[in-house]
Structure formats: structure tokens, C-alpha cells
Design a protein around this ligand. Structure first.
Ligand code: UTP
Length: 278
């Protein structure tokens, strides 16, 4: 029942961060000294997940390089005050197994997840979108969701947060009912990708943390592209929601949308203050 694999779909172009993302993958942009991908990987490790699968593309070699040893730098800082600066990333490299697959065409998050099928196997798996940086006081969001997976092993689980109705057009929005006796777990009946404020069934928005059952692949296979030609994970999950197989979880903690400039700055600011740098 334990989740053993975490998927990072990181093949997107990150156009909101152009021109930087012309040469640097969005996931390599640092919040203080650590790139976004590292915060995501640390969250997977917090949930004791050490098998990490990445959907990338040919222009994102920097991500793979990042998790490999760099003998020259290591030798140059050995015995100096900077010696420990690579410890956090080396710890990850030594501990985790990485696998990679290329998404040939950027046809949406649903397509990226379907591309990962050869890396995943036949068990439920976690998904982290590293541009959603989640900061929590206690358990990380993926730890919280893993506990819920033990209760609902046959359901997909999406993390949700309340957003202002003015912003629902940016998200997948759920239509669901609180499960009896719970204040944060919803049975999802339906979901809508990027609705208008008027058509939104709620203001509960799906953020970049999922636990998916392998059934998602057969559903994604049949999911039609949207009007922009992209295959949306929300559309595939909607099919499963209508069969009663999706749970939404209002997590404890704060999410920063680091795929947007404002969110990236807010996260930087928060962590800088936390480290007494501001
Ligand atoms: P986003 O839409 O936030 O990322 O996708 P993007 O396309 O890279 O960014 P912008 O909007 O152009 O600035 C959410 C996640 O899905 C991945 C992205 O890498 C990101 O982690 N994704 C998206 C893929 O892996 N493949 C795709 O075809 C689309």
C-alpha cells in the first residue's frame, strides 16, 4: 500500500519565465540557493519515496546534471569552509534512484503523465509539480497525502486549496462533498478545468500534488485533447471522479505558485525572512 514512486512532470516550457527559461529549466530556478526541483525531491523523500521518475525534454539536461556528481567542484571546495554546501544535493543523489523519459511534444500535463507510463509500473504513485512549492509546519503535503492513501488505497487523491473566485479560471476546480465526519477530505463528483467564475462548482482548486492509481493511464489514453490541443489530467480525473474514485484533500500548509513571477517572489521572500536574510 505504501507509495514507492514519485513522478515529476517537468517537461513544460516555462514560458512565464522567459527569457530565463530559454536556457535554464524553470525547475532549476533557485529559491535562495536551492532549485525548485530540489524542494520537490525533498518532499518526496520526506514521504520515504526514493524512486523518482522525471518526464523531461531534450532541453532540460541541467536537471539530470544537477543530481549527478560534479567531481571538479567537489575537489575545489574540499577542506574549505564551503565543503558542506553540496551535502544536501549529494544526500539526494546517494539515496534516490532516478529515471527519465522524454516528452517529445508538449501536449499538456495529462500527456506528460501518460508519457511516464514505462517508468511507473503497476502501483499507485505520487506526482509532484515542483513549481508548486508547499511549505508546512509539520508533515509535508505528500506525507499528509500518503497517510490518506492508506485509508483510500483505491482512489486517486488530489490536493486542493481554497482560492478567490476571481482566480478559479487558472485551476482545475472540484465539485465535491465533505466525507461524513471529515473537515478536509472530499468525495469528488466532478471537476472542471479552468472554469469562469460563473460556471465554477466551487473555489476548491487542485494544486500540484497527486496520488494516482495506475488506472489513470488507460483513462488518459482515451482522454481527448482540449481546445488548445493539450491533454489535461483534470479531464482524465473527471472520468474517474464520476465513478467515485477520486478524493480531494485540503492540505495543511501554504502553497506558493512558483511558476508565476509573483508566487516565486513571495516564496523567496518568505524563506529569506525565515532564514533571517531580510
Ligand atoms: P505549467 O503550465 O505550469 O508549466 O504546467 P509550463 O507549461 O512549463 O509553464 P508556462 O505556463 O509556459 O509558464 C504544469 C506542470 O506540468 C509540466 C510542467 O513542466 C509543469 O511542471 N508539463 C506541462 C509537462 O511536463 N509537459 C507539458 O506538456 C506541459
Amino acid at each position: 500500500m505504501k507509495i514507492n514512486k514519485c513522478l515529476f512532470p517537468v517537461a513544460g516550457y516555462g514560458t512565464r519565465f522567459l527569457p530565463a527559461t530559454k536556457a535554464i529549466p524553470k525547475e532549476m530556478l533557485p529559491i535562495l540557493t536551492k532549485p525548485l526541483i530540489q524542494y520537490g525531491v525533498e518532499e518526496a523523500i520526506s514521504a520515504e519515496i526514493y524512486n523518482l521518475a522525471l518526464v523531461t525534454n531534450v532541453n532540460k539536461k541541467a536537471i539530470k546534471n544537477y543530481f549527478e556528481a560534479h567531481a571538479e567542484i567537489e575537489n575545489s571546495i574540499k577542506g574549505t569552509a564551503k565543503e558542506n554546501l553540496l551535502d544536501e544535493v549529494n544526500y539526494i543523489s546517494e539515496r534516490c534512484d532516478f529515471s527519465y523519459i522524454n516528452q517529445e511534444q508538449m501536449l499538456g500535463l495529462g500527456h506528460a503523465i501518460n508519457t511516464s507510463k514505462p517508468l511507473i509500473g503497476s502501483d499507485a504513485f505520487a506526482v509532484i509539480l515542483p513549481d508548486d512549492l508547499c511549505i508546512t509546519q509539520g508533515d509535508t503535503v505528500l506525507m499528509q497525502m500518503s497517510k490518506l492513501h492508506n485509508q483510500y488505497p483505491d482512489s486517486c487523491i488530489v490536493a486542493i486549496e481554497e482560492v478567490p473566485f476571481e482566480e478559479v479560471y487558472k485551476y482545475g476546480i472540484i465539485d465535491g462533498k465533505l466525507i461524513a465526519g471529515s473537515t478536509d477530505v472530499y468525495q469528488v463528483n466532478n471537476m472542471v478545468e479552468k472554469p469562469n467564475k460563473e460556471d465554477a462548482p466551487s473555489n476548491l482548486a487542485i494544486i500540484g500534488r497527486y496520488i494516482l492509481t495506475p488506472e489513470i493511464f488507460s483513462v488518459l489514453e482515451k482522454t481527448q485533447p482540449d481546445k488548445n490541443g493539450e491533454i489535461q489530467i483534470t479531464d482524465a480525473l473527471m472520468t474517474l471522479a464520476k465513478q467515485g474514485k477520486v478524493i480531494a484533500y485540503k492540505f495543511q500548509g501554504k502553497r506558493y505558485d512558483c511558476g508565476s513571477i509573483k508566487g516565486f517572489l513571495a516564496a523567496t521572500n518568505y524563506l529569506a525572512k525565515w532564514h533571517n536574510l531580510l
